[in-house]
Design a protein around this ligand. Structure first.
Ligand code: GRF
Length: 190
């Protein structure tokens, strides 16, 4: 039996696509479902291209038991957040202890927390005059961006780099390292 992953994403889904590609034809791990709060999310089109089922939920489904039932229906063992902008409710956190990971486009604990998503993060990094940025893969707990860190990778930030350029460099790291990290976690029994 394969380990089934659900990817939670709210936006473009470039990380999700790197993960689809990595696990396509994988012998023991499968991307069984993409979950989104956003019916316009680009990730839904990307998933279609890989014949991956998508589920766009209504806000109340996070807490009325429907989300849990859906995850059970797809026999989901592990959750991967990839540009997911909503909070994971407590019932889901309890259902998947140490089995929910997120990626953040900065070197946590710096540049995390409220409002720190998308280009905001890279603007803050440039404004602070940082010479290094990067990405963090971490477990999700009740406090956003504060779960235990699993892996971090860094890139140099040059004086002339715009926030968009930093974002591009960090995304390259994300696409390269997120999927192999997920694979290691699952293969090592998490
Ligand atoms: C990434 O930078 C990721 O670190 C953050 O949200 C962004 C999602 O980008 N959590 P994409 O939707 O995967 O292209």
């Amino acid at each position: 039996m394969k380990t089934n992953i659900a990817i939670f994403a709210s936006g473009s889904g470039s990380n999700a696509e790197a993960i689809f590609r990595h696990f396509k034809n994988h012998p023991s791990i499968s991307i069984a479902l993409v979950v989104s709060n956003n019916p316009q999310a680009g990730v839904l089109h990307r998933a279609e291209g890989y014949h991956i089922q998508c589920y766009v939920y209504q806000p109340e489904e996070l807490t009325n038991g429907i989300m849990e039932k859906t995850l059970d229906a797809y026999n989901i063992h592990f959750l991967v957040l990839a540009g997911y902008l909503k909070k994971v409710p407590d019932v889901i956190l309890k259902k998947y202890p140490n089995k929910i990971v997120n990626i953040h486009p900065a070197l946590l604990p710096k540049f995390g927390g409220k409002g720190m998503y998308g280009l905001n993060v890279h603007k803050a990094v440039v404004a602070a005059g940082e010479s290094v940025s990067g990405m963090t893969i971490h477990y999700i707990n009740e406090q956003y961006d504060e779960g235990a860190i699993i892996e971090q990778y860094s890139v140099p930030v040059k004086k002339e780099d715009s926030p968009e350029r930093v974002q591009q460099k960090v995304l390259e790291l994300e696409h390269k390292y997120y999927a192999p990290c997920i694979e290691k976690l699952i293969q090592n029994g998490i």
